[in-house]
Design a protein around this ligand. Structure first.
Ligand SMILES: [Zn+2]
Length: 243
């Protein structure tokens, strides 16, 4: 294969590698944000669980206070019942006692409900705490790994760019201009492998003369359809007749 074609193949490899690594580097902020979101979600769940538990605690205390007051009132009415003088007073007091008893019953039911939900809420808080405890170190590891990966990618981009700069000085200016022109039109893909008489990028059957030229690799030839510069990998070229 002619050196300028080999150089173009290497140039495409470098450009592909640089583009791929740039995507990874560009995705870093989103990946770091995803780590933050993971922890923030666990924190929100825990905060909400704690708030519900606190609310339950407050409601339980209020309920216990109300229950104690209702019970005190009930026993006072019962004492007063012994001291009434008239039938009318007796009925009125019995009415008060019935109302207080109903109040005690309702408050006891409510207290029982609150005690039952207290256990569920405490279990939910415990599990949310465990979730957050796991989320924090996971996010930390993930952050460190992603940052290290991006740093490594940046170093690889720098070294690929250095090699690219050297390569460009060695390249035939016409071949380089052709590569640049096609790459701009084809999302960075200036080269296409020719295989079994076809362009592997656009899948069009190549004219035999073009395919033969590509196999010889003596000069850059382009696909008639997509304009990409065609190449046949070295081992195939070697196996093929040279003239
Ligand atoms: Zn093509």
């Amino acid at each position: 294969m002619e050196p300028s074609l080999e150089h173009l193949i290497r140039l495409q490899e470098l450009d592909d590698g640089i583009a791929r690594r740039r995507l990874t580097v560009a995705a870093l902020p989103d990946r770091l944000a995803a780590c933050e979101t993971h922890v923030a979600t666990a924190e929100t769940v825990l905060a909400a669980g704690r708030e519900r538990a606190t609310h339950n605690e407050t409601a339980r205390r209020a309920c216990e206070r109300d229950l104690a007051a209702a019970q005190t009132r009930l026993s006072r009415y019962k004492d007063q019942l012994m001291a009434v003088k008239t039938n009318r007073e007796y009925h009125a007091m019995q009415h008060e006692i019935a109302a207080a008893q109903e109040e005690v019953r309702v408050l006891e039911d409510r207290l029982l409900e609150l005690l039952v939900s207290h256990d569920d809420l405490a279990a939910a808080v415990k599990s949310a705490e465990a979730e957050l405890d796991a989320a924090r170190p996971y996010a930390e590891q993930e952050r460190a790994a992603r940052t290290a990966e991006a740093t490594r990618m940046e170093e690889e981009i720098r070294s690929a760019e250095a090699e690219r700069a050297r390569l460009v000085t060695e390249l035939d200016p016409q071949a380089l201009a052709l590569y640049t022109r096609v790459a701009e039109r084809r999302q960075g893909q200036a080269l296409a492998e020719a295989r079994d008489g076809h362009c592997t990028a656009c899948h069009v059957r190549l004219r035999p003369v073009i395919y033969q030229e590509a196999r010889r690799g003596a000069r850059p030839v382009q696909c008639d359809n997509c304009n990409r510069i065609l190449y046949v990998p070295s081992q195939t070229t070697e196996a093929a007749p040279q003239k």
